[in-house]
Design a protein around this ligand. Structure first.
Ligand code: GDP
Ligand code: MG
Length: 137
């Protein structure tokens, strides 16, 4: 089942020089392809759409501040079961709860600064890909 997912390397990953490390882990999964990749700054409007489901939660405003605190790297990744697969590579939201071997488990300590975003379902992937890569067919 070939799928497409949106991945964001968050500003902490970029600042800490972990782009290559994280992109490398994704690239090394058999059969997955990175089909778009771009470094960019995110404005509050884009983030409001991206994280709309969390609006009103106590972590929402600091999350938007953090996500606009520096550039992110946005990627489109395609391949077999890639939506579930990248979530597995990332590990759970809380990096301390994330197992060593996962991206968050290996590099993170702070829930907000957990290095990577990955779409969590086919519906989210479709919505997020449209938001970040509107030119995609
Ligand atoms: P994800 O799908 O694993 O990224 O997690 P969510 O969609 O639940 O949350 C989006 C992002 O908000 C997370 O990746 C964290 O950066 C941040 N976040 C989520 N829950 C919390 C929380 O309880 N506290 C803080 N500080 N940040 C959170
Ligand atoms: Mg999420």
């Amino acid at each position: 089942m070939s799928q497409r997912t949106l991945v964001l390397l968050k500003p902490d990953a970029v600042r800490r020089g972990l782009i290559g490390e994280i992109v490398g882990r994704i690239e090394r999964k058999a059969g997955w392809q990175i089909t778009a990749l771009e470094m960019r700054a995110l404005d509050h409007e884009t983030l409001e759409q991206h994280y709309g489901e969390h609006k009103g939660r106590p972590f929402y405003e600091p999350l938007v501040e953090f996500m606009s605190s520096g550039p992110v790297v946005a990627l489109v990744v395609e391949g077999e079961r890639v939506i579930e697969g990248v979530r597995q590579l990332a590990g759970p939201t809380d990096p301390i709860a994330a197992a060593p071997g996962s991206i968050r488990g290996d590099f993170g300590t702070i829930v907000r600064e957990n290095l990577i975003h990955a779409s969590d379902s086919e519906a989210s992937a479709e919505r997020e890909l449209k938001l970040f890569f509107p030119g995609l067919s």
